[in-house]
Ligand binder design. Sequence first.
Ligand SMILES: C[S@@+](CC[C@H](N)C(=O)[O-])C[C@H]1O[C@@H](n2cnc3c(N)ncnc32)[C@H](O)[C@@H]1O
Length: 322
Amino acid sequence: MAIPSDCFCFDGPHAYADRQLWSVIEKKLGALRAADVSSIAVVDAGCGPGTWLRRVVTHARRLGFSKISARGFDVAVAQVQAARRLARDLASVPGVRLTFEVADLLDRLSEPDASVDITLCLYSVLSHLPVLDLPKVASEFARVTRGYFITTVRSIGSAPTAFVDSIEKAKHFKLDHRLDRCELEFRNGCHIAVNFHLFAAHELKDLFQPLFGIEGLRGLDIFHTRFIPDRRWNPASVLLDERLMLELTQLEETYATDPKFMERATHLLLVGYHQPRSSDELLTGSTSPSRQFVRSDTIGPASGGFERPRPVVAASLRSKLG
Ligand SMILES: C[S@@+](CC[C@H](N)C(=O)[O-])C[C@H]1O[C@@H](n2cnc3c(N)ncnc32)[C@H](O)[C@@H]1O
């Protein structure tokens, strides 16, 4: 199989957030594989052009998963068409079932209960939904997820975005927080209005805590974007060299979970894991035994305050393994 490597090229202004997010997803794939899981199911809700799902499928192949089922969906037809086009090679690889569909996250997900190992909803998809619908959407994620749920949303202290173009091209913009609606007028006369909600950290946590075990909640990119030199403004002597990058990364790790800083990040990243809902599910292992997850010891702020859940082999399977 020709493995596409370009999809792991993290560059541009969002490179830091992308790399951090990828390292979380990569670890989850690795943990599943380490638990001897050979088939995997992944869903990407609001997949856009399918960038993340292509990364997941490519890496899952490298890790040796023999059966990979991945479904991306998006409400925008053009995004789904782009995703299908970009994933054409990957979708025909033996053992890979990679599909992209037009669907609305406000509708019921097509996956059966507890059938998805990793559910993704990345980069502001939830920010586009009406807040009143979020509990219903969150419980659909919980219904289908047997492994991990990973989401990022735009935080209340984030810098503005113009969604379809760079912010400098906007002549005027205003986000009305009562209506969660952002009106933008561009210099070329184009006018758009986008439903958009900025999340407080506690709001995101409160939404998912009743449904998932929360492995971590952190800010993603508090400093990096601010430190990227703009060649239209900064002289070439202002570099983002390796040493500065390292120090920025250390700063990010220090402040990512600090309540005063977390919400100033560009995004909030929440990682949840399936929690058996009843003692019956725990005892009978009604989800696949090797795919039950528990929280483990908290690891310190140096790793962003995330806790490492490890896949645990249920008692029934453990006795078989001796
Ligand atoms: C900023 S893009 C992120 C795309 C992708 N998750 C990524 O990280 O590359 C937000 C996406 O959410 C999609 N979206 C918005 N509302 C949606 C809904 N109700 N159902 C499904 N997708 C939706 C948009 O069409 C858009 O592609």
